[in-house]
Design a binder for this molecule. Structure first.
Ligand SMILES: [Zn+2]
Length: 259
């Protein structure tokens, strides 16, 4: 039996035998949906440079000006590329497998760093989008979430509940993650006996910290990634490969076991 098949078998057994399985996903799961990654040699940051880390405070200084630039499409090539890709993206086979696994009660919840909304589009019910969802708007004060129909042609009026300023739900650089989102992620992790980290560099806090918390509370960790990450040495099973490919193999193996 080769090394990969062996790992797939061990991982599948661990997944079916665990009682509370939490999947943590990053950009790697959406690569096959055409959404560009931030990090890595082909990532947005390598090609456009790392964006300013103070985007949120700049937004708060003058939300009218920010929305004005937004509406008149005067955004950086970096933002435009990411946005186009997200608008045209559809869930790939990896997302669909995770939906089937939730449906069969094999996994409990997904905590994702992605803003593309593809886990929700795939039909997953228990999803914590820790960096928000680019397909929604949100009040900066009370965090009330709103839907919208693109393209936005005028600045959204202030929040009906608290008169707060409205921005996209996706979290900007320098923006604190809403407490109720972090609390939700924390409660998902609580009592988990298995974390599956898929396509995440596990380097962006606070999302990355959740895996370490889970580990310190006794959870096992499976990592699926094309590269080594900061989490790799902490994992019980490390499977190198693309998210879609490896998930297909694992799902195939799980179906054999479940028969
Ligand atoms: Zn509000």
């Amino acid at each position: 039996m080769n090394d990969l098949n062996n790992k797939i078998e061990i991982a599948s057994k661990l997944i079916t035998e665990s009682k509370k399985v939490i999947v943590m996903t990053g950009a790697g799961i959406s690569v096959d949906s055409g959404v560009p990654t931030f990090q890595g040699t082909e990532g947005l940051w390598a090609r456009f440079g790392k964006p300013k880390m103070n985007a949120y405070s700049e937004f708060l200084k003058n939300p009218n000006e920010w929305w004005d630039r937004e509406i008149n499409h005067q955004r950086s090539p970096y933002v435009l590329e990411l946005r186009n890709a997200i608008e045209n993206s559809r869930p790939n086979e990896g997302h669909k497998i995770l939906q089937s696994l939730e449906n069969k009660k094999i996994i409990n919840s997904i905590i994702t760093q992605n803003i593309d909304g593809l886990h929700i589009d795939a039909g997953n019910k228990s999803v914590c989008e820790i960096h928000g969802n680019r397909n929604f708007l949100r009040c900066v004060s009370c965090h009330n979430k709103l839907t919208f129909t693109p393209p936005i042609t005028e600045q959204p009026s202030n929040c009906k509940l608290c008169d707060g300023v409205i921005k996209y739900d996706s979290v900007m650089f320098g923006e604190p993650i809403p407490k109720k989102i972090l609390d939700n992620a924390r409660s998902m992790i609580s009592g988990a006996d298995l974390i599956i980290a898929i396509g995440t560099s596990s380097s962006v806090r606070p999302a990355a910290g959740l895996s370490w918390i889970a580990k310190s509370e006794g959870s096992k960790i499976i990592e699926i990634n094309t590269n080594e990450t900061k989490l790799t040495n902490e994992c019980d099973v490390v499977i190198k490969g693309s998210a879609t490919n490896i998930l297909k193999k694992i799902y195939c193996e799980i179906k054999k076991v479940m028969k």
